[in-house]
Write a protein that binds this ligand. Sequence first.
Ligand code: LIP
Length: 292
Amino acid sequence: MTVSPIDCHELLTLALEAARAGGEVLLGARRELAARAASRRTAEASVETKGVRRELVTATDRAAERAVVGRILAARPQDGVLAEEGELTPKGEISQDAEVLWIVDPLDGTTNFVHGLPFFSVAVAAYAGKLPLVGVVLAPDLGRTWYAAAGLGAFHQSATDDPTPIRVSPTSELADALLATGFSYVRNEPGRDTNVGRIGMVIGECRDLRRYGSAEIDLALTGEGSFDAYWELDLQAYDVAAGAVIVREAGGRVTDLDGGDEWLFGGSILASNGAVHDRLLSLVGNAAQRSR
Ligand code: LIP
């Protein structure tokens, strides 16, 4: 099925509106979290339990999802939705078989959000089957938004800058490359690949490595050329769906860690500027791990 650029333009406009609605919810909750943190530092007795903070984050996750998915379904009730929290659609399931599927992460970078760090985002993507159509990554505390649409290119805008086209970096040698990765929450299962071994294979060959804690922001920064590549294991479709569109439309390459195209639902992803992709795959890819 082909989707004309006009359709993608309409989908992108809706994705941006929905992401902004989710971003407003996150910023409001951030202010509440900051106020609670300040009160904890001053009033000894009111030590907030982790559960309360986690509940606040969960409530935020859900409120942001209601804002994003509600906006989408109000405009396009015929579309399918895959959203993390299951507020208006079945949790973590595709709501209906439809020509367009929206994939939504209302709060990517949860740990950063809880700890008061700005690297968290709202991610909204639309796909036709596995064909990427549009992707929006909005980082409200950074005041930055990255977005892309099939056939229309990739862009960045901020509170001070108008929309500007973005392209992946020209870096051709791994020795000059700034890489990004991350770690699953699940780390202590026997035999679990924690990604640490893969880092050991590349850390001596690259310029440096960053772990910002939001897959969607890592992908957006790869699309704008700040990172030369990013990889990670054990991710959900909503952790990568929007950022992958941005990398591809910015001229980059996205595969799974076997070098194949199962990066959306397969759990692992390698996104790069294209020039360092094969070299990086030979070091952190699954074949390299099996041969170790
Ligand atoms: C996060 C990802 C991040 C990964 C974290 C976590 P969440 O998603 O964006 O890249 O390293 O373990 O999965 O849970 O904040 O939506």
